[in-house]
Design a binder for this molecule. Structure first.
Ligand code: HEC
Length: 141
């Protein structure tokens, strides 16, 4: 009896987990997700992002904070929306959410450049759908 009950609850947990994943990241299982290796920001955007980084982020972060394993553990394998969500919600730490969405994505374009992902023809978008359709990766993987 006890064993049966235990099995029942773990099936429930597994189903709940699968449901949560589906709800939180529909783009992960969907078609047409592009990689950050495919040229998902422009060079001009990364330049703007670098300026913003200098004025809004560099007081607390060296650029190499965004090319190390801690960064990949947080964001590799996840949609770029996740990075936007975290950064726009919590950073700059002394004034979270104080920048415009366009400014946050410009900084993210600069972070992609720091990671040697190539620039392309179109800018990194600000919208949830657009950012959910782009997959962050660990460089070289
Ligand atoms: C006043 C200091 C401060 C400023 C300014 C600041 N940060 Fe942070 N940030 C922190 C601290 C503290 C942490 C937590 C320790 C860490 O992960 O380095 C952090 C963590 C992070 C993380 C890691 C989140 C994670 O889950 O791994 C990212 C990404 C980040 N900051 C990006 C930015 C960006 C981009 C800017 C500029 C727009 C910025 N930060 C400005 C202090 C700051």
């Amino acid at each position: 009896m006890t064993r049966l009950r235990a099995r029942g609850s773990s099936v429930g947990l597994a189903l709940g987990g699968a449901l949560l994943v589906t709800v939180l990241s529909p783009a992960m299982s969907g078609q047409g997700q592009r990689s950050v290796k495919a040229g998902v920001y422009t060079a001009a955007q990364a330049d703007r992002g670098q300026e913003l980084f200098r004025s809004k982020c560099a007081s607390c972060h060296a650029p190499n904070r965004f090319t190390d394993d801690f960064f990949y553990i947080s964001f590799a394998g996840k949609p770029m929306w996740e990075m936007f969500d975290v950064i726009s919600d919590t950073m700059p730490e002394d004034n979270p959410g104080s920048m415009k969405p366009e400014e946050y994505v410009d900084v993210m374009a600069y972070l992609l450049k720091l990671n040697a992902f190539p620039a392309g023809e179109s800018e990194l978008p600000t919208g949830k759908d657009g950012l959910s359709a782009i997959l962050m990766e660990k460089p070289g993987s």
